[in-house]
Design a protein. Structure first.
Length: 105
């Protein structure tokens, strides 16, 4: 399946919200979703990360947005997941900042 054929199942309340938004803007549902995703992509929260301690767990924090992912049990798991997400999007693992070292200092 190519991305142009991608199908996503949405909860009915999200679908209803998107339908209402499309109706009010005079756009198709496809155009509404594509515009929203394009706006999100322009401020890509998935191009650089910091790994931080949060209590006894670790989280991945976007350095380009306000997104937080996790929590993870170990720092190694958080680092591995951040690295994998960067690889999927074609970014280098050098875009990961380990903030746990300076938190310990």
């Amino acid at each position: 399946m190519t991305t142009s054929q991608l199908s996503v199942r949405l909860p009915s309340e999200i679908r209803d919200w998107l339908d209402a938004h499309a109706y009010l803007t005079g756009r198709s549902l496809n155009e509404t979703v594509n515009r929203m995703l394009s706006t999100m992509f322009e401020t890509n929260p998935l191009d650089s990360f910091a790994v931080r301690r949060m209590g006894s767990r670790f989280v991945i924090v976007s350095l380009s947005g306000s997104a937080t992912f996790g929590p993870y049990r170990t720092k190694d798991t958080a680092l591995r997941e951040a690295k994998h997400a960067l690889e999927i999007n074609g970014f280098d693992e050098a875009n990961i900042v380990d903030e746990t070292a300076k938190e310990a200092a």
